[in-house]
Design a protein around this ligand. Sequence first.
Ligand code: HEM
Length: 407
Amino acid sequence: MSETKAPEQDLPTGFQIMEIDPDFRADPYPRLADLQKRCPVHHDPVLESVVLSSYDDVRSVVNDRGLWRNPARGNPRAVFSRVSDVSGERPQSILFMDDPDHARVRGPLTQAFYKRAAKIKPQVEAIVDEVLDGLASRPSFDVIADYGVPVPILVIAAVLGIEKGRLREFREWSEGIIHVLNALRTPEQEQALLAAGDALTSFFAEAMADRRANPKDDLITDMVQLQAAGAELSDDEISVNLQGLLVGGNLTTTDLIGNGVRAFLTHPDQLAKLRADPKLIAAAIEEVLRWDPPITMTGRVASHAMELGGEAIQPKEALISLLRAANRDPTVFDDPERFDIARKHTPHMAFGGGAHICIGAPLARMEGQVALWKLFERFPNLKLADQELTYRALPGFRGLEKLVVEI
Ligand code: HEM
């Protein structure tokens, strides 16, 4: 006689819900739906963390300003407790800071960054046009390497005010610093990362000194001026957080473009709908962010004992919010597996929430809209080349290695 298993026994767990697992990478959604249905608050024994997959729990946890963000404050055995240098010896990016430092640094950074993002659209359009001009004479190209990678780097370079003569170096460093997110980096990538970190640190030190003497119309100038006007920010904090914009913004926006192009080219009815009504582009980008978000999870640490979905949570437990699972919760989104750009209700969680909500969201949204619309407009016959699509094995990120298209 076969015994009935307790439902928790065969729950997807540990690396089965991480991009390291090739089957999960190829199609993560069935496992996530299973976990969400059977155990939306899961004490995962492998990750030593509480994994949250329902929309309501994810939303309430990421929006809870009383929880901590710095992984070093939680259980040291939790899988993400070692994701960054949290020794406290060097200044941190706001990504892993808690209050009061988080609010002190994020306040002026947001003030300056939002103003820049609000007026950069004409430059983004010019950058996108120029990159597309370079692709137009080719029969095919890789949307990731040839389009999704250069556009966000050139855009953030414009926001920061990088001079034309230094763009090539800046691009190389930006591609190097991204490996900080890659736990599986090769020794060569490790070298590239270290070299890029050093180069960017001296570059920003020089640039800050230069902007103090010769102010320009750029974000580096904004930050040193806010500091001079009394914002409590050290030079190192400015430098680390400007580098944080490269790390936080480049790969994510690359993947928004890649995931979006793939979604449309595999759903020609949705592409036809967009072509017929270009005003749908803003809604279309929100649907790409809901349906296949570039960042798949975010973390918090329980600062006190609490309860979630009837489960007791102990102080210091690590909480992993599966943003991508929340985005397909059937209690919030009708027919959540369907890619539908005409959805009326898309309160997705792709940018997280609360005190740490993505600072780059306005820029990423606008860039995604310009990049996708202009690509489809320029190449009316764009189609996928014959290829096997594979996703990067980078935990927490959803992005294609390559996406070859024919024009
Ligand atoms: C589609 C593109 C993007 C996605 C999906 C994305 C997603 C996210 C997510 C999920 C978080 C964590 C939020 C939380 O824990 O509640 C975050 C934080 C952050 N993002 Fe983005 N991001 C994108 C683009 C950008 C861009 C373009 C920039 C900058 C230029 C940026 C800079 C940051 C920074 C600095 C943080 C840390 C904010 C804090 O902790 O206070 N991101 N992002």
